[in-house]
Design a protein around this ligand. Structure first.
Ligand code: ADP
Length: 342
């Protein structure tokens, strides 16, 4: 039997430990009187008006526990936003069956992450199934085709579908690296050079689409410290989109602007534009306004997610303004070093 002071110290330690856990813990005696609550439980109690439904569910669980019925329950507030909780009751000990320990856990974030993961796997499978199905069919047809011209056409289509699969996989790998690494490869970047590189790379696609690329500078000192590969990938995706979603003979303008606290790059096109209702969703993985057009132009639906993550890794933001039928402006705004350190 520990000395009295030791018991007090021991209880103090236990109380501190329980205050440190994120689950709410209540203990009620056989008459239903609260005899212990940890910090999370006190927070929950303080918010009892907003959480009236949850508090009722907890009271029911405690009443069942006092009557000797212990079971795990789940409780959801349908919101929005939706929130999910688990409520577990246990007897304090085999000898003290009527002292009820109740543990409440907020499962909202865990459930949201599970849903995101499940949706992502379903989306990837769906995206890959179409070109892979097409590859199977094309190969089967090719095997029985004798006309050399048709064989050539089938071979070209097989190449296109294979290219699509590899583009989806490349974009997925790019996105996963950008999401998990943060801006890890820091280097000095000259933004004028970076924009020029991206424009050079995009020139053949622009020519093929009959779109002219223009570049304008405003201000000076475009040196920036960041992850060059990620920022190049972000800008290349915006330029690629501006060409893909423009009509023949239109122009795409890149504007690089230096302000005292930011470097801003705008990619302005005069293409098909984006309906207002889709603007909020276009940065989601695999979201496309027009599935057919995106597929036909070789889009994976991942480009803007890559842009948002790469820019976010540099504490920057991506802004978009668009009018259906008259064009879109995507603007990357990056805080410069001095500003970040403030
Ligand atoms: P995708 O590979 O399909 O282009 P993105 O993630 O890059 O995927 O873009 C998501 C969607 O946003 C596109 O499918 C397209 O509908 C729309 N979008 C993106 N950029 C533009 C643009 N410059 N003009 C019009 N629509 C655009």
């Amino acid at each position: 039997m520990p000395h009295e002071i030791e018991v007090e110290q021991y209880l103090g330690c236990l109380t501190n430990a329980l205050d440190a856990v994120s689950q709410a813990v209540f203990v009620h005696d056989s008459s239903g009187t609260l005899i212990f609550d940890n910090a999370a439980a006190r927070d929950l109690g303080a918010a009892r008006h907003e959480e009236a439904g949850l508090m009722r569910a907890i009271e029911e669980a405690i009443a069942s526990g006092r009557a000797g019925r212990f079971k795990d329950r789940s409780f959801s507030i349908f919101g929005p936003p939706r929130r999910d909780f688990s409520i577990r009751t246990r007897p304090a000990s085999p000898e003290r069956q009527h002292i009820v320990v109740t543990v409440i856990e907020d499962l909202t974030i865990r459930n949201q992450l599970d849903t995101i993961r499940r949706d992502f796997v379903a989306n990837v499978s769906h995206e890959l199934r179409t070109p892979i199905g097409a590859l199977g069919l094309l190969a089967e047809t090719l095997a029985f085709e004798e006309d050399p011209k048709v064989r050539q056409r089938l071979a070209n289509r097989i190449q296109n579908e294979a290219f699509r699969v590899s583009k989806i996989i490349d974009d997925l790998l790019d996105l996963s690296r950008i999401e998990s690494e943060g801006a890890s490869q820091q280097a000095d970047i000259d933004f004028v050079e970076l924009v020029t590189e991206v424009l050079d790379q995009a020139a053949p696609a622009a020519e093929l689409a009959g779109v002219s690329l223009q570049f304008e500078l405003s201000g000076s000192n475009f040196m920036y410290h960041g992850d060059k590969r990620q920022l190049r990938s972000a800008l290349a995706n915006l330029v690629d989109n501006s060409i893909k979603y423009s009509e023949k003979e239109s122009s795409v303008n890149l504007e690089l602007t230096r302000t005292p606290s930011t470097i801003e790059i705008s990619v302005i096109d005069h293409g098909i534009g984006i309906p207002q209702k889709d603007l909020e969703r276009i940065f989601e993985r695999f979201y496309r306004v027009d599935q057919a057009r995106s597929r036909q132009t070789g889009g994976t639906g991942l480009g803007l997610s890559i842009v948002r993550h790469a820019v976010g890794n540099h504490n920057g933001v991506v802004e978009v303004e668009s009018r259906e039928g008259s064009g879109s402006t995507f603007r990357i705004v990056l805080p410069t070093k001095g500003e970040e350190q403030k």
